[in-house]
Design a protein around this ligand. Structure first.
Ligand code: NAP
Length: 286
């Protein structure tokens, strides 16, 4: 039995940032010193959400991009949030819009996500973007799933004809990652809270994507010999959705927590902001 390969999302994210620094500088040089800008919207004062927004702003700063931080009160209405999003949609200096999830319960989150202009939907949260991505058309992918696909691509993990079992079907993670895997010719099983016989299904998987949102839910004994484990989960205490303390030495590769999927989510968000800045500028020339 060989030692499993650690799929190092942290060092891959660093590589992405290094290449972004060069692209940002080139953009500045050719656009009168303007820099690509990500607008981040934080509604309310949830400390975890505030931390995530800060981490995204810090990543922008590391590569020389600008982040425009918008903070709205907990009492914000859907109408007020939609109005802010429309303002950012027509602001030519903004290349990407991130609405931090979740928003307070009085807000229609789906309406807010779908109000984001497709070109500026760098977090890949709109229904239109999801639909286009699923059909193999151009759209920014949902950030965490696109980050997962970047890890899989970087490590040359073969997908064609492989059985991928995705645990979770959320709009930001399970559903889009399942479509991305399908588009790469994997055979995909999507599991959720009503799935029967989950351990038996996971035992058939060549690739397991854990996006359950439950600490250490997936057990080592469910993992087939030689399978690849992608753990998208993150819980306090640096715990993922897979019980990596359990015996997983028989897997071929896995993403650690922390340092796996998380860093690539942020790197993907800022890369897609850069893509958007370049695409919008190309378009505005005509
Ligand atoms: P979510 O919206 O809560 O979705 C969880 C999914 O898991 C749902 O589809 C749910 O099924 C399914 N599920 C719940 N209990 C289950 C069970 N017993 N058996 C099988 N499926 C079950 O969570 P999410 O937003 O997708 O996030 C998932 C995980 O990823 C979390 O740990 C979160 O912290 C992490 N995450 C990480 C990043 C990152 O950057 N690293 C980004 C986003 C999320 P139903 O649909 O039937 O309810």
């Amino acid at each position: 039995m060989t030692t499993p390969l650690i799929l190092d999302g942290k060092s891959l994210a660093k590589q992405v940032e290094e290449s972004l620094k060069i692209r940002v500088q080139k953009f500045k040089d050719t656009h009168n010193g303007n820099v690509p800008t990500l607008a981040t919207i934080l509604v309310g004062s949830d400390p975890a959400s505030a931390t995530y927004v800060k981490m995204k702003g810090n990543a922008c700063a590391r590569v020389g991009m600008q982040s425009l931080k918008i903070e709205m009160p907990q009492s914000t209405t859907t109408k007020e949030l939609l109005s802010k999003i429309h303002e950012l949609n027509i602001d030519a200096s903004v290349n990407g819009i991130l609405l931090q999830h979740p928003v307070p319960s009085q807000i229609d989150e789906r309406a807010a996500f779908d109000a984001i202009d497709l070109k500026k939907d760098v977090d890949g949260v709109t229904c239109l973007g999801f639909g286009r991505m699923s059909m193999g058309e151009t759209a920014h992918g949902s950030a965490t799933p696109a980050g997962i696909m970047a890890i899989i691509g970087h490590y040359n993990i073969e997908l064609e004809g492989k059985h991928a079992v995705v645990i979770g079907r959320s709009p930001i993670l399970g559903k889009p990652v399942a479509m991305m895997l399908l588009n790469k010719n994997a055979t995909v099983t999507i599991c959720h809270s009503r799935t029967r016989g989950l351990p038996e299904l996971v035992k058939q998987a060549d690739i397991v994507i854990a996006a359950v949102g439950k600490p250490e839910f997936v057990q080592g004994s469910w993992i087939k010999e030689g399978a690849v484990i992608i753990d998208a989960g993150y819980h306090p205490g640096n715990i993922g959705d897979v019980n990596l303390k359990d015996d997983v030495t028989h897997c071929s590769a896995y993403t650690p927590v922390p340092g796996g999927v998380g860093p690539m989510t942020i790197a993907t968000l800022i890369r897609q902001t850069m893509d958007s800045a370049e695409a919008i500028c190309i378009e505005s020339r005509f």
